[in-house]
Design a protein around this ligand. Structure first.
Ligand code: RP5
Length: 166
């Protein structure tokens, strides 16, 4: 899936089974009008494509890569090893260990090759996208205004929750 000819953000994942989580990142990017591409780039099933993806990321104009994986979850770290485009890692819930394995795998990058690691699951995927939006908003006043409006809607929704208790 690609939202434009020149996507600004790559949303990649180890398997199509990760899409139910990773679509939350795609939905946020679409909501903010940030162009993106979404695809499966498995680190262990298609390592050559994974290397090519990372090596070409900067030249293709990607500003960030949001990478989701479950279990051993080496995809975000391996991408980060092959590009200096910022990589944001999303731990996907796994069948037997509920994604704690994925989290530990992604968050424990050795010093020198960072992966910004988010929460396990849908919240992490959405927050990774929101973080990219916040970074891009630094040089984009219209995007910053959209982010402010998003936060304001959340505040209003939270206030409405309290009102419902009365
Ligand atoms: C990882 O293995 C993927 O990121 C996925 O979370 C997990 C299971 O993959 P499938 O067996 O569902 O393809 O590489």
């Amino acid at each position: 899936m690609t939202s434009a000819a020149t996507p600004l953000v790559g949303v990649v994942m180890g398997s199509s089974s990760d899409w139910d989580i990773m679509r939350h990142a795609a939905e946020i990017l679409a909501e903010f009008g940030v162009t993106f591409e979404a695809q499966v780039v498995s680190a262990h099933r298609m390592p050559d494509e994974m290397f090519r993806y990372a090596e070409g990321a900067r030249a293709r104009g990607l500003a960030a890569i949001i990478a989701g994986a479950g279990g051993a979850a080496h995809l975000p770290g391996m991408l980060a090893a092959k590009t200096t485009v910022p990589v944001l890692g999303v731990p996907v819930p796994s069948k037997h260990l509920q994604g704690v394995d994925s989290l530990h795998s992604i968050v424990q990058m050795p010093k020198g090759v960072p992966v910004a690691t988010f929460a396990i699951g849908a919240a992490g995927a959405a927050n990774a996208a929101l973080f990219v939006v916040a970074m891009l908003a630094r040089d984009d006043a219209a995007l910053a205004a959209k982010l402010d409006a998003f936060r304001a809607r959340q505040t209003e929704a939270a206030r409405a929750m309290s009102a419902e208790l009365r």
